[in-house]
Design a protein around this ligand. Sequence first.
Ligand code: NAP
Ligand code: MG
Length: 502
Amino acid sequence: MSSVQQAASSEPRKYQLFIDGKFVDAESGKTFATPNPATGEPLAEVAEADKADIEKAVAAARRAFEGKWGRMSARERGRLLFKLAQLIEENAKELAELETADNGKPIRESLYIDLPQVVENFEYFAGFATKIEGETIPVSGQFLNYTLREPVGVCGQIIPWNFPLLMAAWKLAPALAAGNTVVLKPAEQTPVGAMELARLIQEAGFPDGVVNIVPGFGETAGAALASHPDIDKIAFTGSTEVGKLIAKAAADNLTKVSLELGGKAPNIVFADADIEQAVNGAMMGIFFNQGQVCCAGSRLFLDERVKDEFLEKFKEKAEKVKVGDPSDKATQMGPQVSSEQLERIKSYVGVARAEGATVFVGGESPVLDEKFQKGYFFQPTIFSEVKNQMRVAQEEIFGPVSCVITFKDEEDLIRQANETIYGLSAGIWTRDITRAHRFAREIKAGVVWINTYNMFNAASPFGGYKQSGYGREMGKHAIDLYTQVKSVWVDLSGKPIGWFGK
Ligand code: NAP
Ligand code: MG
């Protein structure tokens, strides 16, 4: 029988906290409801962790780190991660359905993008467990000097709601491969996937306390985790605003921090680009996951010479995007994650008009069937006549809203593209390879896509420049975030130290 419950059951599901290998109620007994964003109906009732539960979870993670897990071989850790990847794959359909019910993303994305990448990340880091090595250093004199690469310890991980399971995978997989233990706080909007993952973690046979999952609110559970003195490392993905709070809280204990924050990525189309492809790339850049993507290509820079041709095609395609029931395989865009996010996006329509931009496509909630009238849907939207200094071009809207800005030449473009507090990602569409690589050097961003957009692989690093954060997730760079280096000196001369005399 499948370990994951069916998404379709009509009763709201119930979840407890996962602490020390067991499912338990919150100390306070409190719970919170998480709705299905497509209908507004309750999907699940979830135990609400706060400070007291964080204390328990951190203590359990510490015991596990000092205990069985700390002594486990890299091979055994790798095997457990492989086992988990396998269980996720076996349950991928049910997990994808739940992810869609909890977050609102179209099932074709949950099933064919999110879940395969979750599995890929666990597999990639499962293989990495046995490849984490120290070095021998050629120091002067009669010494052997070598390094040990050791886990950091107990890690607090706080994740957002836009890719609930995938963000859990990006965080958990490298931390566990490197031998750390974890307390993970999912976003309040989307706790379901992480709680199902907890069942699979238990089933895979991880020792008690290695992974603890504590859904709850940012201001209580999240803040308690970020400021906990017995946390060795805190990893956060979410808004730049909260990222700063995390860094401040961590500073009191000098807890190590990695941050993956917001973005306002330039997606750039030069006149020599394959326009058809670039239009598809612009769509992928801003409508994928309802635009709730930190690396979304939300500033679309068009070469003035192709602006009209491009916009005509972009409009035609944007108006054809199928918005609606996310559980339908034909649906291309589901609802936004919450009514708060929907309201936030709507407020930017007013901001755009007030600033003198044009609402060229969309700008409203679509009219849908009765069943989805309480859902948080928004149309694919394009603002044209945007200037880079406008708020809509500088602030993260985090919705399916493309802001079109024009440019004259490459110099003008680079200047505008870099005029932002963010630096997570960038895209460029051109047939000129020299220009493409020059751009890759000149743009201040952690990821650059050339004639493609939103491509990811577990082996390729991801993270931000400037206020988009610090640290790189995925690939071997993620292992750096979750290990620390110890330098060991051994005297090979056998002679007494002469310095202070005999
Ligand atoms: P957020 O507040 O930054 O939430 C991210 C995570 O941090 C959640 O788990 C949240 O818990 C937690 N959190 C919130 N306040 C905290 C605190 N004081 N201490 C510790 N943890 C805390 O993001 P949001 O409110 O969900 O979305 C707001 C905006 O953030 C979006 O509109 C978007 O611009 C941006 N965002 C960016 C990303 C990204 O991938 N870069 C992802 C999501 C959102 P709760 O869920 O309980 O609040
Ligand atoms: Mg929040």
